[in-house]
Design a protein around this ligand. Structure first.
Ligand code: ADP
Ligand code: MG
Length: 234
């Protein structure tokens, strides 16, 4: 479904990603784990078309996308839940959700998707007319994920959805990702919460200072010395 092939991405000539390659097959959950500054957000921003690689290429469903603008990439079926949620706090829950549906054509289509999303996130239906800024941190994260789903993506990318949440809410977010995956959506997750991200993943990669240093199934990576020592403190 997605093939990232030896991309190099720079900020003002300083490389943040060196020669990053990975693949996502349809139906998988893929996790990329790494510490602060490793380049996780840069990867997602590059797939979304917010940044362009200076070398290498990205293909989605057989089409090259690394020169395409973000709106085209959303139309092709890739949605991005950015780091730090970025909801519109003065708008209501339902207004935030409709903003995620701007690529969709008919109002009926949007209303139908909204119904599906409310089934997945009953709390958002309860709070549909509440201002988004008054939601709890966990609810705001749910809203950010739900908003991305309004574009009916084939691939959902999430940037550290567990950041800043209490442990109980972290588990809730990961459970939600499982449910979304069961609905047939392919997921690319980047996380510093290494244990949970690897437990969830079919396939996973460890990113260190702009390089992929390890790859395998989530289970395999949880058993490696590198992951155990560097990320799990064992
Ligand atoms: N807008 C920017 N301008 C310059 N450097 C940046 C910018 N954004 C990120 N970087 C640098 O790129 C590297 C990777 O950052 P980032 O992708 O945000 O990492 P992560 O998401 O894994 O924490 C870091 O060294 C960071 O300082
Ligand atoms: Mg980041």
């Amino acid at each position: 479904m997605l093939r990232v092939d030896r991309i190099r991405v720079c900020y003002d000539d300083i490389p943040a990603l060196h020669e990053v390659s990975f693949e996502i097959e349809e139906g998988q959950i893929v996790s990329i784990v790494g510490s602060n500054g490793a380049g996780k957000s840069t990867i997602l921003k590059t797939i979304s078309g917010l940044l362009h690689p200076v070398a290498g290429q990205i293909e989605f469903a057989g089409t090259r996308i690394d020169r395409s603008p973000p709106y085209e990439i959303v139309r092709m079926g890739i949605a991005h839940v950015p780091e730090g949620r970025r909801i519109f706090s003065r708008l209501s829950v339902v207004e935030n959700l409709y903003l995620g549906a701007y690529t969709r054509k008919s109002d009926e289509e949007k209303a139908e998707t909204l119904e599906q999303i409310f089934r997945l996130f009953p709390i958002l239906e309860e709070r549909r007319n509440q201002r988004a800024g008054t939601l709890s941190g966990g609810e705001q994260q749910m809203l950010a994920i739900a908003r991305a789903l309004m574009s009916r993506p084939k691939l959902l990318m999430l940037d550290e959805p567990s950041l800043g949440l209490m442990p109980i809410l972290v588990s809730k977010v990961f459970d939600t990702l499982k449910q979304i995956h069961e609905e047939g959506i392919t997921i690319l997750l980047v996380e510093q919460n290494v244990r949970e991200a690897l437990e969830l993943a079919d396939r996973a990669y460890v990113l260190m200072t702009g390089n992929i240093v390890l790859q395998g199934t989530g289970e395999e990576l949880l058993e490696t010395d590198l992951v155990r020592q560097a990320y799990l403190g064992m």
